[in-house]
Design a protein around this ligand. Structure first.
Ligand SMILES: Nc1ncnc2c1ncn2[C@@H]1O[C@H](COP(=O)(O)OP(=O)(O)O)[C@@H](O)[C@H]1O
Ligand SMILES: [Mg+2]
Length: 212
């Protein structure tokens, strides 16, 4: 059961270089224009809090055991939910996060091979609410494209972090796990073909009617 709170929670997902950051600010602006009475909170994972950003710096740089990595991701998420996401949603705000739990399933599960059962347990712990429901995004944009295209885009503009240094086989597994989750929950996911130009992607996002 997914929690129903007064706010609206949107996550942007996809492999590194898919175009999430490119579109997220304009998308927030669009929602503000459409809903001037609603506050929009922009955030990201790992991160979103002071502690979360410190954990992010470690997670994106320091080598560590796979389970340690998953635990730190979920520790950062717990703090993020408690300090930022839940209070915002309780007070009716729109929260837009650059990544959320689907990324843990895709990267630590699909990519690194950590058991999905373990990740499910962590998800229940960290996103569980007193009424037994799970805090989940209302809507998730999955920017989907082949790893090779994403890698070419990234290499033009930035030095790779720990994840971005992984090979194409890793990113293919991450992508497949994202797609599997999208297929399993079509009501929450909106699949974006990220191989298209930014203009075409923007028209796609803009034409989507979101009932808050
Ligand atoms: N549709 C697109 N076509 C071509 N290049 C793109 C497209 N979307 C984003 N890019 C470029 O790819 C790079 C990675 O995009 P970014 O938004 O940072 O990806 P992400 O946040 O998903 O890792 C950036 O240089 C961006 O300008
Ligand atoms: Mg980004």
């Amino acid at each position: 059961m997914t929690t129903l709170l007064p706010g609206y929670f949107i996550s942007f997902e996809g492999i590194d270089g898919a175009g999430k950051s490119t579109h997220i600010d304009s998308f927030a602006k669009l929602l503000k224009e459409r809903h001037p009475d609603r506050d929009v909170v922009m955030t990201r994972e790992p991160g979103g809090t002071q502690l979360g950003e410190q954990l992010r710096a470690l997670l994106l740089d320091a080598p560590m055991n796979i389970e340690t990595e998953a635990l730190l991701m979920f520790a950062a998420r717990r703090e993020h939910i408690a300090q930022v996401i839940e209070p915002a949603l309780m007070s009716g705000k729109i929260v837009i996060s650059d990544r959320f739990t689907d990324a843990s399933f895709a990267y630590q599960g699909g990519g690194r091979g950590l058991s999905l059962e373990r990740l499910n347990d962590l998800e229940c712990w960290v996103q569980g609410r007193p009424d037994g429901s799970l805090l989940q995004p209302n809507l998730t944009f999955l920017f989907d494209l082949p790893g090779s295209v994403a890698e070419a885009r990234r290499s033009r503009v930035r030095a790779p972090d720990k994840f971005e240094k992984m090979d194409l086989d890793f990113f293919e597994k991450v992508r497949q796990e994202y797609l599997r989750r999208a297929k399993a929950d079509p009501r929450r996911f909106y699949l974006v073909d990220a191989t298209r130009t930014t203009d075409v992607i923007w028209n796609d996002l803009e034409s989507l009617e979101i009932k808050l």
